[in-house]
Design a protein around this ligand. Structure first.
Ligand SMILES: *[C@@H]1O[C@H](CO)[C@@H](O)[C@H](O)[C@H]1NC(C)=O
Ligand SMILES: *[C@@H]1O[C@H](CO)[C@@H](O)[C@H](O)[C@H]1NC(C)=O
Length: 292
């Protein structure tokens, strides 16, 4: 009798051990599987505190930066932004997903004061600021999303902070790319008068057909708009493209098909040490001396 009970105890003990090991192993396995699922994309994951950043920026923009947009409802805008992509397949974004958000926060910036850029973002923002012009990042939605990443996960109420789809390596129809495409398209197609674009002449192809400017903005400019191209070169680097180069010729032909007027200015050098201070007028003087 005593013998049997001893054996029974041992049996229970072993059983318990296996059970605990099994559950722990299973949990680790499930966690690893879950994590590798969230880690499956090649782009950076969603920016931590995405929602809070959107909300803070929205209040900042509508109350302080552009008080004329004070009537915008930031809570509604944040919710429309979140519901555009939360719980959805991060590779199946459509323009339609952002319609509500766009309707709530349509840009009100003047149509004749727009600056586009391609691989010259910081300089373009500074150039626009100095001249009282606006880039897409100076509109409400552009300002909200600037430098952020975001994507959701089907069936989950959370953002995926591990990884998000990359335009090249995963899918083009990811929520971030589609967002910037929708915004850029509207920004370009509603522009009037003279539109400026800063292109990077220190690159082999200053005009890149695959960039947002090349794919979305240039082909959506209205007829009779004038596109003023500024080809800027980095100081200390040899210029690699010019107004007579083949990439700019390509741009010119895309525009002439659309009846968009075209001016290109070359050899614009950026005064490096003064470039980031903002208040300096070297850019203006430089342009005036050379081209006006
Ligand atoms: C508001 O925006 C300005 C200009 O972009 C920035 O300098 C400032 O830090 C922002 N403030 C907050 C509280 O986000
Ligand atoms: C031009 O492109 C290079 C390489 O991406 C970059 O380092 C440089 O800052 C760009 N120039 C301007 C004026 O933005």
């Amino acid at each position: 009798m005593a013998d049997c009970s001893k054996r029974k105890k041992l049996c229970y003990c072993l059983l318990l051990c296996f059970l605990v090991a099994g559950i722990t192993g299973g949990a680790i396995g499930i966690y690893k599987w879950y994590r590798s699922g969230l880690n499956r994309w090649h782009g950076p994951g969603s920016t931590p505190d995405f929602q809070d950043i959107i909300e803070d920026r929205c209040y900042n923009y509508t109350q302080r930066i552009r008080p004329d947009s004070r009537s915008r409802n930031c809570q509604e805008i944040k919710q429309a932004f979140m519901s555009a992509f939360i719980s959805k397949d991060p590779c199946k974004a459509t323009k339609e997903d952002y319609r509500r958000l766009i309707d709530l926060a349509d840009p009100t910036v003047p149509c004749n004061k727009r600056v586009l850029w391609s691989k010259t973002k910081e300089l373009a923002r500074e150039y626009a600021k100095l001249r009282g012009l606006v880039t897409l990042e100076d509109t409400l939605l552009g300002f909200l999303a600037d430098r952020l990443h975001w994507c959701g996960e089907p069936g989950s109420p959370d953002l995926n902070t591990w990884s998000c789809p990359d335009w090249e390596k995963d899918c083009r129809t990811n929520y971030r790319s589609v967002f910037w495409e929708v915004l850029s398209e509207r920004f370009a197609e509603s522009a009037c008068g003279t539109v400026q674009v800063l292109l990077n002449g220190s690159l082999e192809n200053a005009f890149d057909e695959m960039s947002i400017f090349g794919r979305v903005e240039a082909p959506n400019l209205k007829p009779m708009v004038t596109l003023q191209v500024w080809l800027v070169h980095d100081p200390g680097k040899p210029p690699r493209d010019s107004c007579s180069g083949s990439s700019i010729k390509k741009l010119k032909s895309i525009l002439s098909e659309r009846n968009v007027r075209f001016i290109c200015r070359d050899n614009l050098r950026v005064h490096h040490e003064k470039r980031w201070t903002g208040r300096n007028t070297s850019w203006n003087q430089d342009c005036r001396e050379k081209y006006q």
